[in-house]
Each structure stands twice: as C-alpha cells, then as structure tokens.
Design a protein around this ligand. Structure first.
Ligand code: RUB
Length: 313
C-alpha cells in the first residue's frame, strides 16, 4: 500500500506538490492502520521507516518533507501504548488533509482579488493552487482568458487545459517556447510552487524562470500561489533545494539516444525563479512580497533563525 503510493509519486501518477503531500499523509495514515504490532517502539520504528520511504520519492517538492514531518511529529509525544499513538496519528493526518484542502480554497479567494475583470493570464504546468485563483476569479464573474503552456516533457499543460475548458474559460494552448512571443498580451502570470526558499526564490516546473524573465522584460506581473507548507525552513540554514533531474527517456527515446553517442540529455524537472522576478506570493495566511518569505517560515512554520543558526548569542 505505502510502497504503491511511493511508486506512484516516483512515476508521477501522483504529482503536483499539494497532491503529493496529501497522498503521502494518507499513505502513512493507512500504513499505521495496517501495523499489527502491540509494541510501541516497534510501531514507531516502522512508522519512521515508512516516512523515509516516502521522503525518498521526489526530492524537490518541499511540501512532502514538511507534510511528513508535521504528521510524524505527533509520534514524538508520550503514549501509553500503540492504540493511543495510532489514534493521535490518525487525528493529525486527517487534520493535515483537511487543512491542505482549505488552504487551496483560501489561496483561491485571496489570489482572485489580484485578478482583474478583463485580465489575460498565463499559467505554466498544472498547479492546483494557481488554478484555484483562476477558477475563483471566473466564479466571481470576472471575464478572463488564459494562455496555458504545453509543459514539456510530461505535458502537464494537457491537464490544465481540461480544467480551464471545463470552467468555460477561453484558453490559448501554446508551446513552452511561445511564452515570450505572447507575453505582451498577458496581464498576469499565475503559477504554483514546489518550494519557496527563505530569500523568496520560487522553485517550480522547469521553464517557470524563463517565463518570469520574459514577464519582467514585458513589465507583466508574476503571482505565485503556494501553501505555507511549501516554504522550505531548512533554507534558513543555507541549505539549497535539490532540483530533481529525471529520466532522459522522458525527452528523447532510448532508440534515438542510442544512435547519438555524443549527445547527453539533461532533464531537470524544476528551476529557480529569483525573488526579484516575483511580485507576489499568495498563501493561505495572506499575500506577501517574496522578500517576506522568512516571516512565513518563522511565524507560520515556527522556525526561528536564532534557534537554528547558533549565532548572535
Ligand atoms: C508540478 C509543478 C506545480 C507545483 C505546484 O510539477 O511544478 O506547479 O507542484 O502544484 P510535477 P500544486 O508535475 O513535476 O509534479 O499547486 O498543485 O501543489
């Protein structure tokens, strides 16, 4: 069961930072139920093992370790026995899943305020949080249209255009490399995030930073929609976010690659957009300029630089 979810996350049958986080928590919750041991230490050890299996699936989406650590932290408390620990864990998992869904809804409400009637938007990849803003603006009766990119090599844009089409939003589907060509027609770029670092840099699907660069040149605003659990606390320690590089076969067929011995395919799944290229990050706790990312890490996620840096007394 748990191995099945881990495999689905690796293969991207379950994908998108928020969905990955919820699926991991659900898998841990189910796994806890299947453990028959009556020995508390044994139960805790097996849960730690399960958490590690999930953490190894995809390295970039910070929502995954944040979610796993958040639910696992309840197991650090004292329990008289396995049943009590299981019951507290179940409660924590269900609270996380509910809060995660509510966060997307709240982001939609806040993000929609930044979308004006008549706006043309551009979105890249397939982000629940970014789409929540766009769908809420439409629900409020704003007349909007969207450019949606294809998203090579995995074509997540196909998922996005289905959602936009279903909502009755006029959509232009474009190849990734056409983003700059159309940028002057765009009022607002709306994308999601896999991670946000303490300096406000946004990690999202490969190509996002090129789009942000084109947007800056065209003076088009860039809005990022990200739940607070996508902010990466460990970046306050100077840690970098690992960028996943995926199988070359996603880009070039092994048959063709085999004929080109001097060609090496590079396939990073994400890139980093510096804070300077982002106007606003919409979280469920409110909209902030990217430079305020530390406030989210400190006040919402509870990490204080003084505690962890060991500096300044
Ligand atoms: C998905 C991606 C999405 C973010 C945010 O990449 O880059 O923009 O994960 O999505 P992949 P959400 O398809 O490789 O997982 O807002 O749904 O969490």
């Amino acid at each position: 069961m748990l191995a099945d979810t881990a495999e689905k996350i690796k293969r991207m049958e379950i994908r998108g930072a928020g969905r990955i986080a919820r699926a991991a928590v659900k898998a841990l919750d189910d796994h806890s139920d299947t453990l028959l041991t009556k020995d508390l230490q044994d139960y805790l050890a097996r849960m730690e093992e399960a958490a590690d299996t999930l953490l190894e699936t995809r390295p970039t989406a910070v929502s995954l370790p944040n979610a796993v650590r958040s639910v696992m932290s309840v197991l650090r408390e004292q329990y008289p026995g396995v049943e009590e620990a299981k019951s507290a864990f179940r409660e924590r998992c269900s609270a996380f899943i509910t809060a995660s869904g509510q966060a997307v809804q709240r982001i939609g409400e806040i993000g929609a305020r930044h979308i004006r009637n008549g706006d043309t938007l551009l979105t890249h990849c397939n982000s629940e949080a970014a789409l929540a803003c766009i769908l809420e603006a439409k629900r409020q009766g704003k007349e909007i249209s969207v450019f949606a990119t294809e998203v090579r090599p995995r074509n997540q844009g196909h998922l996005t255009i289905r959602t936009l089409d279903k909502a009755g939003i006029p959509t232009s589907f474009i190849v990734d490399s056409a983003a700059r060509y159309f940028m002057n027609e765009v009022d607002l770029v709306v994308v999601g995030a896999d991670a946000v670092s303490v300096n406000g840099a946004v990690v999202n699907k490969i190509g996002t930073s090129q789009i942000a660069l084109a947007a800056r040149e065209a003076r088009t605003r860039v809005m990022v929609a990200a739940e607070t659990y996508k902010f990466a606390p460990r970046t306050i320690l100077g840690e970098y976010i690992e960028i996943e590089e995926r199988d070359p076969g996603e880009v070039l067929s092994p048959a063709l690659s085999g004929q080109l011995p001097n060609v090496r395919v590079r396939n990073p799944a994400f890139d980093v957009t510096p804070a300077d290229y982002v106007d606003l990050i919409v979280t469920e706790a409110g909209a902030i300029p990217p430079q305020m990312a530390y406030i989210i890490i400190r006040d919402v996620l509870g990490w204080d630089i003084g505690e962890y840096s060991g500096g300044f007394g």
